[in-house]
Design a protein around this ligand. Structure first.
Ligand code: SAM
Length: 241
């Protein structure tokens, strides 16, 4: 009989450790084996929305104690959870989708743990900006990820003007409620020929890619559905498709 393979220690949570665990951005098959093992074995899962994360765990046949950690309680919850970790608990931090702390709650908890010298371990997986950059065909030798721009038009136009001649690709998250207006602002501020990418509902049923001249992307955007989640990329000024 061949020896059974040794258990993989990276799949077993260590006491007193924070795991920053990425979850799928649409396609549930994108939950990694390591994420699944750790989510099923940590003492606590800190999550944005207990219903969303409870549903995800149920889909994978897992049950864990959940603790709420979201935009509105982030500061106090971070200290509380860091204290539990300091006392020896293993905690997995997740957000509703994708990688925690990337335009999502997480930064304060990670910082609270680092300040106390507690181990923080990433469990990488889906992240919308990385997925879109990787498959866009726009330059990826460098990029500036600016997350969500604030809603005010003047601030958004000022951002585009500031980075008009930036040497790397710009990457942004945008709400579907502002996506049409944002396309107009890009065309008006950077010109109709700027190469851009609007990626919608990536890894989901209605995944859609619009890549090309800003004016053409805007026209195609208006002909399709404006619902769902979008990542926007803007290529450097000298880039052509
Ligand atoms: N932490 C997440 C990550 O790692 O990508 C991002 C969370 S942020 C609150 C949500 C935004 O990410 C959406 O408004 C959208 O801009 C982008 N996003 C998330 N999932 C997406 C998807 N499947 N397709 C396109 N964009 C997505």
């Amino acid at each position: 009989m061949p020896d059974a393979p040794a258990p993989n220690p990276s799949l077993t949570p260590q006491p007193g450790t924070l795991y920053v665990v990425a979850t799928p951005i649409g396609n549930l098959a994108d939950l990694t084996e390591r994420a699944r093992a750790l989510l099923g074995a940590v003492d606590l899962v800190a999550c944005e929305d207990t219903r969303t994360t409870g549903g995800l765990l149920t889909r994978f046949g897992l049950r864990r104690e959940l603790i709420s950690y979201h935009d509105h309680n982030e500061t106090s919850a971070a200290e509380h959870i860091a204290t539990l970790i300091a006392a020896g608990k293993s905690v997995a931090l997740v957000s509703d989708a994708g990688t925690p702390a990337i335009s999502d709650p997480g930064f304060r908890l990670v910082r609270a743990c680092r300040r106390r010298g507690l181990p923080v371990v990433p469990v990488p997986g889906a992240c919308a900006v990385a997925a879109v950059l990787s498959a866009s065909g726009l330059p990826t030798n460098g990029f500036l990820f600016a997350g969500f721009l604030i809603a005010k038009t003047s601030a958004r136009v000022a951002f585009l003007q500031k980075y008009r001649d930036f040497e790397f690709t710009l990457a942004l998250y945008e709400s579907c409620h502002r996506i049409e207006k944002f396309a107009d602002e890009i065309v008006a501020t950077l010109g109709p020929d700027r190469v851009i990418c609007f990626a919608r509902e990536v890894t989901k049923l209605h995944e859609t890619w619009l890549v090309g001249r800003a004016a053409d992307v805007r026209d195609r955007l208006l002909k399709g559905s404006l619902k769902g989640e979008f990542v926007v990329l803007i290529a450097p000024a000298d880039f052509t498709v």
